[in-house]
Design a binder for this molecule. Sequence first.
Ligand code: PEP
Length: 252
Amino acid sequence: MTNRRPFVAANWKMNGNLASIRPLLADILAGVQTGMNAEVVICPPYIYIDEIALRLDNTTIGLGAQNVSHHDSGAHTGEVAIGMLQDYNTGYVIIGHSERRMLYGETDGIVAEKFKKVVDSGLKPILCVGETLEQREADETEEVIARQLDTVIDNAGVKSFAKAVIAYEPVWAIGTGRTATPDQAQEVHAFIRLRLARHDEEIADLLRIVYGGSVKADNANELFTMADIDGGLIGGASLIAEDFLSICQAAI
Ligand code: PEP
């Protein structure tokens, strides 16, 4: 198995304000500077991208956006274009988070378009896939994940995964405190890798597949030791510096 560098991203979602994110980031920076094996990325709310980009300059932490438009410019009130992200040294963009799919109507097709836009611009997508509780209980997990992946592969090509990260995020585990067991997560991660390997074994082997869904300081370790789990996408626990740093430390 290839030695993949672990990856941990903080998804702050729509939380915080300047008064809270400044000390949060300072504490995370202080902790990460002491040395981490994992690549660490912070995805703040859009309005703070400028502020966070300046503070991350010349540090080992990367910057990510939580979403991007699939249009280049024009009459799209409230949207942000990929070219705008390029102005801020943004390395990564979260694509297809289940909250975007479910609350904002993003179809597999739109997610695939966004993925391609990010790759074509030279940025790196963090592609989220995952099933709902209903789908898991109906034994449809693999079918759902396969469809979500295949739409992107068909649209952007398997080679476009060379710099991507995939986040397996079971919808029933996001923000619920209900984490997938390491075995449940590993099973889906292995399925994702195999699905990519059908097209390109090397890309599949190098691809970092991270887990997201109520990862906490006390369960990160057992999740991250699984063979195909290469780190995490962290929501709630990334808003507490000490917890987020413990999770980053667990990714070795
Ligand atoms: C997420 O939203 O990507 C996430 C994993 O959230 P949480 O860690 O809060 O479940």
